[in-house]
Design a protein around this ligand. Structure first.
Ligand SMILES: Nc1nc2c(ncn2[C@@H]2O[C@H](COP(=O)(O)OP(=O)(O)OP(=O)(O)O)[C@@H](O)[C@H]2O)c(=O)[nH]1
Length: 615
């Protein structure tokens, strides 16, 4: 704590003494437009309307002839290179001494000299402002504070000079010391709670980033922390507690903080709103905005702060509009998570808007209006967190739906494939069956005589070879009965060829009925020639079968178109026990020879070997 006093000029005997005395008297009798009276129980007085002020190009204290303006609200002049002088009076009307505190709530002012003039003309100058080390200030606090002690009935004049490259904005309150302590405790608790929540949310997202490796979480966390630092800077915490030893360098803080806020916000917004894929043009614009912020931070180190701060303000507004625009465009695209972003932007803009209106005196200052910026910012942070989680959930849903669609189409594909396979199987099965039936029919046709439906000669020849081999193997007899219809030509000639066919069919049926009784293979061997093959029959059995045939055929007349005819047959019966050196043709030839013999012998008889012919 360091107090600086102007030299006390009391006791001088110079010729200017009278002039000084006059000046002292004038100062002892305030004629200011505003004098704050601090009666007993005084707590605070907000210094806005009624303050006398004067803007001038130099630091020269205004002389007694200078014209002063009177403020109608909080003193706010935007970026203004002038020296601002303010004056007002304070009068302790109570019977007790009073400890007061003059609280300048905007801590980013570069130089603030508060001159407290006592009734005797003594001046005490308090040097405040963020270009001066906090250790030089009488009370360590984020705000710029001046202690004023008034004896009962004492009147002081307060003269303030302000010079800054930041915005010339002087919200002031005169407090009783006890009320100020209470208010500070309340404000600090409120700020700590808000910063604590936001830092907690930021750390939570940092943890999510560590676990999920999703960069959006990291950038959101950086965005929150950097934005918290900007707010803390504007509220004086950074200057007071973080960079208190290098406050003269604090001008470098804001450009880099702005660049970090913009960069982290853009890096967070880009993937969260899916901009590079859906809106590549806008995504490029955001990347350029981010680079511009970093460039501006670099340039700010080399140019006057008064210019840099204006450029930064323009940049901050432009970047915020571009970011909010990106969210609005994605909301128009009906990208669900963007609605949270738009809501976040709306709350931030609304909060900031109320703050600006309150600071410029457009609306009445209330605790709510004073906190509007903080509230807007906090709600924005919550909505941005919701945006992030919504986007992640939306992304998960999309992935899940895509997986489901793939699984569904795979299942559909499998089902279709299975169905096709089944259809193919049944088609192949049906075709195979048809083919088998066709083959069967073909085979049947190839071994069947079309007219009589008995086996044909080809079938019989194959069967003869098979049975010949079997007979050799099992040492069994093989019998061939060759049967020829007698004078069949006459039937054709007499009744016609169709009648001859009918006769052939009937004779074939009779042969088949006899053959089935003896398990014989019956075949049509030529035009009117039939043949039977018997396995393992004795001579007498074979003879009996041949006789059965002869009798069965002729015993009843054969009905034909145009009448009935009795048909007789001649039979050659050959029986042998095949050997390895015998040939299937041997038995055929033998039967054929015997048949001719039967024909020659007068027909309607059996010739067999070695037995005698039977009639
Ligand atoms: N209707 C009809 N006649 C046939 C068929 N195949 C052969 N024939 C006839 O059968 C007759 C056989 O005559 P031939 O060889 O002279 O013998 P046959 O008249 O029976 O006299 P034998 O055998 O000596 O008793 C011929 O007239 C053939 O045209 C047929 O499928 N249908």
């Amino acid at each position: 704590m360091q107090k600086r006093h102007y030299p006390n000029r009391k006791g001088q005997t110079s010729p200017g003494m009278w002039a000084m005395l006059l000046l002292t008297l004038l100062m002892a009798c305030p004629v200011y437009a505003l004098t704050v009276t601090t009666s007993e129980g005084f707590t605070s007085y907000t210094l806005n309307a009624g303050l006398e002020y004067r803007l001038q190009p130099d630091a020269q204290r205004p002389d007694s002839n200078a014209a002063w303006d009177v403020s109608r609200d909080t003193l706010t002049f935007g970026f203004n290179p002038s020296h601002l002088w303010i004056r007002f009076g304070v009068h302790n009307t109570s019977a007790l001494p009073q400890d007061l505190i003059l609280d300048i709530e905007y801590p980013l002012l570069d130089q603030v000299d508060v001159i407290v003039v006592s009734p005797t003309g003594d001046e005490r100058i308090h040097y405040l402002g963020d270009l001066r080390p906090i250790s030089e200030q009488e009370i360590e606090h984020p705000h710029l504070l001046t202690p004023i002690t008034l004896a009962p009935g004492e009147k002081n004049k307060i003269l303030i000079r302000v010079k800054t490259e930041a915005t010339l904005n002087i919200p002031m309150t005169l407090w009783s010391k006890s009320a100020f302590i209470g208010s500070t405790q309340h404000d600090t608790a409120y700020d700590l709670l808000m910063y604590g929540i936001l830092i907690g949310v930021a750390l939570y997202h940092l943890l999510l980033f560590v676990q999920l490796r999703e960069p959006a979480y990291f950038w959101y966390s950086v965005f929150l922390l950097s934005l918290v630092s900007v707010f803390a800077y504007f509220q004086g915490y950074i200057n007071a507690y973080v960079i208190s030893d290098i406050r003269d360098q604090s001008n470098h803080f804001l450009p880099w903080a702005y660049a970090l806020v913009a960069s982290s916000c853009i890096l967070y917004i880009q993937p969260t709103l899916d901009l590079p894929r859906s809106r590549p043009g806008y995504s490029r614009a955001l990347t350029i905005t981010m680079c511009a912020g970093i460039l501006l931070a670099v340039v700010s180190s080399f140019i006057a702060y008064s210019i840099a701060i204006k450029l930064l303000t323009v940049y901050a507004v432009g970047a915020a509009l571009i970011v909010i625009g990106a969210q609005a465009i994605r909301a128009i695209d009906r990208y669900e998570p963007a609605f949270y972003g738009v809501s976040a932007g709306a709350f931030l803009v609304a909060g900031m808007g109320i703050t600006v209106l309150e600071k410029t005196g457009q609306i009445t200052s209330t605790p709510l209006s004073r906190s509007a910026g903080d509230i807007g910012f906090t709600i924005m942070a919550i909505f941005y967190a919701l945006l992030l989680s919504q986007r992640m959930r939306w992304e998960q849903d999309r992935r899940h739906k895509a997986e489901q669609a793939v699984a569904l189409s795979n299942a559909e594909l499998l089902r279709t494939q299975k169905q096709l396979n089944q259809e193919l199987d049944s088609l192949v099965h049906a075709r195979t069956q048809e083919l088998e039936k066709a083959n069967e029919r073909l085979h049947h046709a190839s071994v069947t005589d079309p007219l009589t439906k008995l086996y044909n000669r080809r079938y019989f020849d194959d069967a003869l070879v098979t049975h010949h081999n079997s007979a050799i193997k099992f040492n069994e007899t093989l019998t061939v009965i060759l049967l020829d219809i007698d004078h069949f030509k006459r039937i054709n000639d007499t009744y016609g060829h169709p009648a001859g066919d009918v006769c052939l069919i009937t004779i074939a049926q009779r042969i088949k009925s006899v053959g089935e009784r003896y398990e014989a293979i019956c075949a049509r061997y030529g035009g009117e020639e039939f043949i039977l093959l018997l396995q393992n029959k004795s001579q007498s059995e074979a003879q009996h079968i041949a006789e059965d045939l002869l009798t069965t055929i002729k015993q009843s007349p054969v009905p034909i178109p145009g009448g009935e005819i009795t048909v007789t047959t001649s039979i050659g019966l050959a029986i042998m026990t095949p050997q390895r050196n015998t040939n299937p043709d041997d038995i055929l030839k033998s039967a054929d020879d015997l048949l001719y013999k039967a024909k020659d012998a007068g027909r309607d008889r059996i010739f067999s070997s070695p037995a005698a012919p039977v009639n």
